[in-house]
Design a protein around this ligand. Structure first.
Ligand code: NAD
Ligand code: UDX
Length: 464
């Protein structure tokens, strides 16, 4: 099999950037070029000031500093990087379709197809093309058809190598993955291509953790992994509502069931609802694929995970309204956190957006503090829902860069993200400066409820 000397990755986003940084760090003899159409994004990846990197991930700056300019490059010259590479990763976005058949459900594959066509057009030597994006099962077939029918007669091997990193812990997940999954054709050429990619990861991942399989199992495993993870969150969130109605405590229940080694303790944290760019998109895609195949019970089963998540967000917002005497009109409500989880600046599908939207419907004034999310991003997230005009949204949603300013004079505080710093705030000072009664709605169960109640707060948590 071929030893890889040059890698190109199309898409310098949350997956392409960190993944390629680690591949370059661990393989100093391989030239890794990450390309993107977005000029600003590439300029930010190349910024001498590492605090300007386009995505925030703990530990990313150090790896970029080590490899950038040595064997890691960020560029907008997609064609040159494709031409030079032996192996090309497709790591572009695959959002839910917003138009046409499968609107609101299916994955939009237009960016992936554009990549395939561009690779076919530019390539004048044999290439291994790796699906890094999360794709519907059988996409490799479409990519192969495009490459073989529009190419210059060179040979392509397609591999599926889904990414399992979670944001906020991407660098440790990449450095120490539970497993690396590689799918490919089970022909001699396919197996050789698989082995070339195994060697890239073999630079730091133990062989026992690198699993190889056929293309379809690999593609489907990614959707299934995310569906199972999201299902655990919806399951515990469903139980949180039952706990609230019965004086059981969801954390006690999670501890009790999590010690069963068949269930395990992780991913049992009740919350205001899961967010992020992956869970909802990938489950909707799984539901769409199942429906397309006539598997209606399978589709309905998984769709319930999304229905439960939407319900959990609504329930959290509605509870704020009912607790504040059924009116939040003109009241100041402070949000601590806007990102979909801690230690990331990513806000895609964050529960905070939906809770804000619901409260703004009730004419609440929302003041948000998040340590990593910009005011511009918050406005864009709210505007994306198209519930009301941008001018109106701007009237109701304010961003504060000082958390104490955000909560000053507020009727209620809602914790939407589990940022560690929230725990160590001066809660007495916060209490003193709030309207009374001072309410706290802890959507992440991160605050010390007893300590807050001792100060005088009225606290509501999830599932308690
Ligand atoms: P992203 O939006 O952050 O990055 C994608 C990038 O691709 C963008 O910068 C975009 O400009 C670029 N792009 C799109 N079309 C292009 C083209 N034709 N040529 C060059 N550049 C192009 O997305 P992401 O979060 O990195 O996700 C990428 C894929 O990885 C998705 O399929 C996603 O489902 C999957 N994934 C994401 C995560 C995650 O945690 N974000 C984890 C695992 C898998
Ligand atoms: C997820 C998968 O974990 C990862 O393997 C895949 O590659 C991409 O999608 P990510 O979305 O980055 O990663 O973060 P994750 O840690 O899975 O959290 C997703 C959402 O679920 C967050 O909003 C998080 O707050 C929420 N969550 C997670 C809970 O509410 N409770 C939990 O117990 C775990």
């Amino acid at each position: 099999h071929k030893k890889i000397k040059s890698i190109c990755c199309i898409g310098a986003g949350y997956v392409g950037g960190p993944t390629m940084s680690v591949i370059a760090q661990k393989n100093p003899d391989i030239k890794v070029t990450v390309v993107d159409l977005n000029e600003q994004r590439i300029a930010d990846w190349n910024d001498a000031d590492l605090s300007k990197l386009p995505i925030f991930e703990p530990g990313l700056d150090a790896v970029v500093e080590e490899a950038r300019g040595r064997n890691l490059f960020f560029s907008t010259d997609v064609n040159q990087a494709i031409a030079e590479a032996d192996m090309i990763f497709i790591s572009v976005n695959t959002p839910t379709k917003t138009y046409g058949a499968g609107k609101g459900m299916a994955a939009d594959l237009k960016y992936v197809e554009l990549c395939a066509r561009q690779i076919a057009e530019v390539a004048t030597s044999d290439k291994i093309v790796v699906e890094k994006s999360t794709l519907p099962v059988k996409t490799a077939q479409a990519i192969k058809s495009i490459l073989d029918n529009t190419g210059n007669g060179v040979k392509f091997q397609i591999l599926s190598n889904p990414e399992f990193l979670a944001e906020g812990t991407a660098m440790t997940d990449l450095a120490n993955p539970d497993r690396v999954l590689i799918g490919g054709d089970q022909t001699p050429e396919g197996k050789a291509a698989i082995q070339s990619l195994v060697d890239v990861y073999g630079a730091w991942v133990p062989q026992a953790q690198i699993i190889t399989t056929n293309l379809w199992s690999s593609e489907l495993s990614k959707l299934v992994a995310n569906a199972f993870l999201a299902q655990r969150v919806s399951s515990i969130n469903a139980i949180s509502e039952l706990c609230e109605a019965t004086q059981a405590n969801v954390e006690e229940v999670a501890r009790a069931i999590g010690m069963d080694s068949r269930i395990g303790p992780k991913f049992l944290k009740a919350s205001v609802g899961f967010g992020g760019s992956c869970f909802q998109k990938d489950i909707l895609n799984l539901v769409y694929i199942s429906k397309s195949l006539g598997l209606n019970e399978v589709a309905d089963y998984w769709e319930q995970v999304i229905i439960m998540n939407n319900h959990q967000r609504d329930r959290f917002a509605n509870n704020i309204v009912s607790t504040l005497y059924n009116t939040v009109s003109g009241k100041k409500i402070a949000f601590l956190g806007w990102a979909f989880k801690k230690d990331t600046n990513d806000t895609r599908e964050s529960a905070a957006i939906y809770v804000a939207d619901r409260l703004i419907d009730e004419q609440a004034q929302i003041y948000v503090y998040d340590p990593k999310v910009s005011a511009k991003q918050m406005q864009a997230d709210l505007n994306y829902l198209s519930t009301r005009t941008e001018t109106e949204n701007a009237k109701y949603l304010q961003t504060q860069t000082d958390p104490y300013k955000a909560v000053e004079g507020a009727h209620a505080i809602a914790v939407l993200t589990e940022w560690d710093e929230f725990k160590s705030y001066d809660w007495q000072k916060i209490y003193d400066n709030m309207s009374k009664p001072a309410f706290v709605f802890d959507g992440r169960n991160v605050l010390n409820q007893e300590a807050l109640e001792a100060i005088g707060f009225q606290v509501q948590s999830i599932g308690k």
